[in-house]
Design a protein around this ligand. Sequence first.
Ligand code: PHE
Length: 446
Amino acid sequence: MATASREQWGSSFGFLAAAVGSAVGLGNMWRFSYLTAEKGGAAFVVLYLLFTALVGLPVLLAELTLGRGAGKSPIEALAHYGGPRWKPLGALFVATGFVILAYYSVIAGWTVRYALEALTVGMPADPGAHFGAISEGLPAFLFHIFFMGVTMLIVAGGVTKGIERVSIVAMPMLFALVIGIALYAATLDGAGAGYRYYLNAEISNALSMDVVVSAAGQAFFSLSLGMGAMLTFASYLPRDSNLPAEAVTVALSDFGVAFLAGLMVFPIIFALGLQNDVSDSTLGALFVALPKAFSSMGGVGRVIGLAFFIALIVGALTSAISLLEVVVSATVDGLGWTRRRAVFVMGGLITGLGAAAAWSLAILDVMDQVANNILLLVGGFSLAIFVGWVMPDPRGEVEPGSPGLGWFGGWRFLLRYVVPVVLAIVLWHSVPSTAVNLWKLVTGEG
Ligand code: PHE
């Protein structure tokens, strides 16, 4: 049972804004676009959509059910339903939050820098060289510290006065920006080639296991699943909230923004003939190709570029907040610390770990791969087993506020059989290939 003193969201829109804010972020705009380019366009998008619907959505509802039911942070929530031997899984969630936030904030730092530059000096004249200069080393570290500082201040404010207050302003703003830029992109001559590339599924592209692994990892990352972020936010929900409806709304909004991001990125890049800059895409490609496009559009490009990077910052901030909240709420519940102390100590440690990602793009890339292709998938697999098989009465916990329970059997079937089997297959492939990449990094053959 939730303790009487636990904070609760001020309104149901507040929860939704925070949960959509967690889901929508760099994953939808930067990661989704670069993976779509790297993994062969629409075929990847189709797979990603399938994973979102059949694997992501059931796990999302599982996290919401656990969080609201226990009214506790991840480690305590798992122990609440499964006993103390489930605490290590909660600890894995917290560790995953640590790793993701450390490199996520470095990328967010790049976006802050690009936005500031768009405002003051315009888009860089030579974006490739510029990206090389700012993405690693001290400049990257300083912007990372700044971004972590803002995130920490908001989380220190608490659930309603910090997180909710920021999210209800940030999310509508992000949607307006993304829709506005996608509409503008549609007016460009030559946008059609971008749409064709983005929307024409060449199904054979999706048949490699590497693409399947990336689509699964992306579905989890984009929905903030497998590390307790949604669980933690749901722990501040009142008992009468409609969990299935919340889950569907979050998943649709998240997919919607990713889809719109493709509708802004690909037409802009193709209209300006820059497709070769992204076809051999790496994680930096968007930070090179898009500024190139913006700068060749002149004054309008500067405005659109600024809007684009502001949208990225807003998305990144509300996601970073949720990552930090997982670590902070677990520390507050587990060690009995005050929120402020947890924010400053844990936030400080995460900032320190981020130094590694700021120091080298190769390290950042490996942290991203380990988190997405292993940690989140292990987390999702375990959550499905936990709610499908271990938790005593998931039906009783998900029921309050739900409109009927006709879907319950289907949900349980997915959690019990489909999600674990699919994720086991994916992990079977992703663990060795990620280990090889890690090995290459360590031995310097990368
Ligand atoms: N979902 C966020 C994004 O797409 C990233 C994230 C992952 C946030 C895991 C919280 C937890 O950018």
